[in-house]
Ligand binder design. Sequence first.
Ligand SMILES: NC(=O)c1ccc[n+]([C@@H]2O[C@H](COP(=O)([O-])OP(=O)(O)OC[C@H]3O[C@@H](n4cnc5c(N)ncnc54)[C@H](OP(=O)(O)O)[C@@H]3O)[C@@H](O)[C@H]2O)c1
Length: 269
Amino acid sequence: MAGKVILVGCGNMGFDMLKGWLASGAVQPADVLVIEPNETLRNRAGEQGVRTSAAPDGIAGESADLVIIAVKPQVLRDVLPAYKPLAPKAAFLSIAAGIAISTFSEILGSDTPVIRCMPNTPAAIGKGMMGIYANELVSADILAFVNTLLSASGEVVVLDDEGQIDAVTAVSGSGPAYVFHFIECLEAAAVKAGLSEKAARLLAMQTVYGAANLAKESGEEPGRLREQVTSPNGTTAAALAVLMGENRLGNLVDEAVDAARRRSIELGK
Ligand SMILES: NC(=O)c1ccc[n+]([C@@H]2O[C@H](COP(=O)([O-])OP(=O)(O)OC[C@H]3O[C@@H](n4cnc5c(N)ncnc54)[C@H](OP(=O)(O)O)[C@@H]3O)[C@@H](O)[C@H]2O)c1
């Protein structure tokens, strides 16, 4: 099916996803209505050829198959009631961190089909990672449409337990920020080691880009790829003794992912 979509909130993540959907043809611009109060962001969306509005005035007159909620978790409970007239005919897809399906059912009615999705920003270039969980009211048609839509932005993993969304948020939802910070750190270390800022930026970025692509495309275990870089008693071994000694980096990543997962749970309270 090719459905009609209302996108509520077109900030960082909403816009990144919208671009992917339109670029792939998964949805036509004329079938998308974006509700976004911020004029600059609304105009940015409008430039993609979709209909836009600052507020959900007259929303009851819209026919939508899917309402996508992409506002901040902190405002979601205030934003959602305006869309109740569209439920349960339309299914609701939320990308908000932490907000449980039960919150949607309370506000929109217990007969509302709801899908939670945790995307990440590489969706903007079709290389996103999306985890989804749907309640039992979501029809096979809508699930297929959602799958087509999200696949336009990258890989999709279907979860069998809603609680797993908190883990997906902590790993791939927030994950790009961890990688960007690693690039920042590698770049700073490269400058300290005597390289120009321009060279440092290129070296750090291309190294992460190349390594991530090799890991994905070679089909080799990441550990095996690491070993292939590591000559006995060489330079990599010296660096890895710092990163892996007493599982330093492993413990740090563990701690960071756990902090994100706990925050995701907190946001839902
Ligand atoms: N950014 C990410 O990497 C990422 C990844 C996965 C999931 N998420 C989830 O995606 C959601 C959005 O995050 P974001 O980073 O994209 O935030 P964002 O850039 O602040 O986007 C949210 C947008 O919603 C707008 N908004 C506020 N009230 C609204 C209303 N009543 N109706 C329609 N739009 C309204 C905001 O406008 P104002 O700024 O004017 O308030 C803003 O432009 C969050 O729930 C977050 O958990 C984000």
